[in-house]
Write a protein that binds this ligand. Sequence first.
Ligand code: DGJ
Length: 372
Amino acid sequence: MKSKYVLILICSFLIFSCEIPENTFKPGEVWLDNNGVHINAHGGGILFFNDTYYWFGEHKTEGEAGNKANVGVHCYSSKDLYNWKDEGVALSVSNDSSSLIVKGCIVERPKVIYNTKNKQFVMWFHHELKGKGYDAAMTGVALSDKITGPYNYVKSMNPNKSQWPLNYPDSLKSLSPNLDGFKRWSEEWNKEMINGAILKRDFERGQMARDMTLFVDDDGKAYHIHSSEENTTLHIAELTDDYLDFTGKYTRVLINKSNEAPAIFKKGEKYFMITSGLSGWKPNAARSAVADHPLGPWKELGNPCRGTEEEVTKTFYSQSTFVLPVQGKQDTYIFMADRWTPENAIDGRYIWLPIEFENNKPIIKWQDEWKM
Ligand code: DGJ
């Protein structure tokens, strides 16, 4: 009798101490890595390389100050997208107060792409300078020969200095749009914004770049997509062949429509974009758009979310960060979003949901638990 209890005890111990691999996504729950720690890769993106997925994201720390870059960009790897191995900090912030990437600055929405020509991994991220809030509106670049890093910080910039967008009419170039005295969102203010009041203000110093993502097309051309013009208009900018700079070729997209959190993917010959509106860390309704070329023109397709009013107007309490094409599964895409917890940044959750298509439009529905 006694030995039966001992056997039950041993079996229960073995069952509970063995790691059971995950085989489903559970949006909004705590996602543990191989060390049993909640994954710390917020505002992230994924690069598939050598049969492995690498997830890069903001390493948050506890409390409200945890939204600042106190550590850097964290990397995880996975073969199946369900189970993630901690690969450590890929890009570290600096302790040198003269460095632009000093601890306490803001590093958001990091994305990594691979340059096949130079065999280098290039990371771009939204970069704000320490103590300057969100005023600098820069984009930063870091570089590594190894996917998991360490990445060396290269530079930060305001893109496309002294360059006109490809779709900015010549007739507007000689005008001097002026917002003075106009109420935000009034008819006159909108007109001046559409005519490029902020674009012109920033023409010489370089454009604003806040929420961002990267997209590499099938021909190897890479694009940097960012919220610009005080977050009212997206800019889509071509990168140089080494992916380390801007070519100066860019377009204004969804002009004065206030989009952030852009995520781009390609299905067949069409390019799709999912974005959010502007409400800080609070969720709002997602938007979607379609184009025949990354530089546009982009056509709005409306809110891709389906479900209850609350789910649709709040994007399931999340904000887009990336759309992942699943390897080896045709037309299978994962919508990746963040459920921010600004009061305790490190506790932010991941909302990954499958993208379906209805009438050639991306559609996202809530799932408590799902698999590919
Ligand atoms: C919304 C952006 O999408 C986030 O990346 C972050 O910048 C917050 N705003 C800050 O309020």
